[in-house]
Design a protein around this ligand. Sequence first.
Ligand code: 0L1
Ligand code: MG
Length: 262
Amino acid sequence: MSTMSNKELAKFLLDAELQRKDVVRITSDKVPNLTVEEAYTIQEELVKLKLEQGHNIVGPKMGLTSRAKMKQMNVEEPIYGYVFDNMIVQDGGQISLSDFIHPKVEAEVAFILGKDIEGPGVSGAQVLAATDYVCPALEIIDSRYENFNFTLPDVVADNASTSQVVFGSKVRKPEELDLELIGTVLSINGEIKDLGAGAAVLGHPANSVAMLANMLHRKGEKLKAGQVILTGGITGANHLSYGDFVTGKLDGLGEVSFTVGE
Ligand code: 0L1
Ligand code: MG
């Protein structure tokens, strides 16, 4: 068993990300008994390293929010990670396949907060009241682990596979939409890859933000006005290849897209 510190484990995962080189999950050899709580401590070290490198937090994000993904991972609660400013890709822009190990894309709703939200006991209604705008988003996830082969603590330590994000340019006030019913279609090269409704995300995407605020409260943190929060995939995650043209269409929120270059 390894005697690596949390900071060394975070550096190990960050190096894999920066070198675009997949690694064996850390629970297979380095920290076999890693708990989810300890994994969040490794994630905190990873976040610190990114901040030291000069990157700024755009907002925390929620992952594994769909029933199917939770069942697959045998978990009761989703997970969170952090999106940084150097991960943002312009709507309609191009990503480079060489920046990733094995990227996948999923369509989500993002919340732009107008007020701080602090747990415990936050409800979806409170989240909606504290939200200025919502917008469509395409999240590109890229696990640093071989073949996306991980346990829950592994993926928590790995910043919930966060890699890059494309936010749609059109924003709407949350009260103008029924986010529970919001129809979502993810297409690649004109072919529909997956579809869903907002309710796929914990019954309503606002519930995801509420749960995030309540989870962050456990470590004495809150969501802050101005943060942009990814709420979790409405669609499943689909592999990306060179030349792909990816669109996410969210009813009432419009379209968000990108292409995959070399
Ligand atoms: O944003 C997400 O839902 C990613 C969660 C991590 C699980 C994965 O990499 O599939
Ligand atoms: Mg996601």
